[in-house]
Design a protein around this ligand. Structure first.
Ligand SMILES: Cc1cc2nc3c(=O)[nH]c(=O)nc-3n(C[C@H](O)[C@H](O)[C@H](O)COP(=O)(O)OP(=O)(O)OC[C@H]3O[C@@H](n4cnc5c(N)ncnc54)[C@H](O)[C@@H]3O)c2cc1C
Ligand code: FES
Length: 270
């Protein structure tokens, strides 16, 4: 069950001029949080913005005994709300509703897990990778950004034993170009008998390309979609995604309650 809390900001770490990690004390909220779920946050108290905004749960924070104490979010500043999250100060209260939505389905060995992240789409993968590595699942993170300065938490994933495949648009780190290119090559080279689950989060064009590449190579793919969300609870229909039923018909789902994690091959991408 989601709960609504006025969460204290315990830390705000700037990663760049656009990205930060905001840590929130919210013990009750973490009790049932699963990788891929999100929270609806409002960091300001005026009427602009009026509505909360969705953010993936980046990390579940724990004390020295391992008891969950709160969450962090990985934020990219693009507008008013994300600007307020970037500027939030320790001690400030942030309205926080969650955990919300359907999480990723986590595979077991011998299946491998290939995580595909574009930019701030890295956000749900810290907890997902932790859960996968806790089950000893061989995990690869395909992570693309505009430049090397926008590739974050690489040491965190390395410490978990996650293999990293990196791309940048300016070629400053890893392969130059988009992340779907090395993914596609690796999918083509993977023996058909080995099981792979593809997980993706990032801009819609990247999600579509990833889902189509996975489908072309006969691999299942879970995508975390980022639609505009007014309520996060199924009430406003701002977040609908066109999907196909098993018999090929079009229907629309509210991605805040049916998702944000959806089957990539069931979404109408065009
Ligand atoms: C389930 C979910 C999880 C998310 N997790 C994160 C996260 O962990 N970290 C993070 O930084 N962001 C995340 N987002 C995106 C985040 O919610 C938006 O960036 C935020 O709502 C923008 O609010 P704003 O007031 O700053 O920008 P606004 O002023 O509302 O918008 C600024 C500009 O960005 C566009 N825009 C707004 N939202 C989106 C969107 N979702 N996709 C594409 N364009 C958009 C607007 O059309 C406008 O042009 C997530 C979105 C969803 C649906
Ligand atoms: S965000 Fe309101 S119905 Fe999905």
């Amino acid at each position: 069950m989601p709960i609504d809390v006025a969460a204290h900001v315990v830390a705000n770490r700037a990663l760049s001029t656009d990205y930060n990690v905001l840590s929130l004390a919210a013990p009750g909220l973490t009790a049932t949080a699963a990788p891929g779920q999100f929270v609806m946050i409002k960091a300001g108290h005026g009427h602009d913005p009026l509505l909360r905004r969705p953010f993936s749960i980046f990390e579940v924070l724990r004390d020295e005994r391992g008891t969950p104490t709160g969450i962090s979010i990985l934020n990219k500043r693009i507008g008013v709300s994300t600007g307020l999250v970037y500027d939030a100060r320790p001690g400030q209260r942030v309205d926080c509703l969650g955990p919300l939505g359907r999480p990723f389905t986590i595979v077991e060995p011998p299946s491998e897990a290939w995580l595909v992240a574009g930019g701030v789409g890295l956000a749900p993968f810290a907890e997902l990778a932790t859960a996968l590595r806790g089950r000893a699942v061989a995990t690869v993170l395909f992570y693309g950004a505009r430049s090397g300065a926008e590739l974050f938490y690489l040491d965190f994933f390395r410490a978990l034993g996650v293999e990293l495949v990196l791309t940048t648009e300016d070629g400053s780190v890893g392969e130059r170009g988009r992340i779907v290119a090395p993914l596609d090559r690796r999918l083509a080279a993977q023996p058909a008998a080995s099981a792979v689950m593809v997980y993706a989060c990032g801009p819609e064009g990247m999600l579509a390309a990833t889902a189509k590449a996975a489908a072309r190579h006969g691999r299942p793919c879970q995508v975390s979609v980022e639609r505009l969300m007014g309520c996060g609870l199924g009430g406003c229909y701002s977040c609908v995604v066109p999907m196909r039923t098993d018999d090929g018909r079009l229907h629309h789902v509210r991605s805040c309650i049916a998702g944000p994690v959806l089957a990539g091959d069931q979404i109408f991408w065009d």
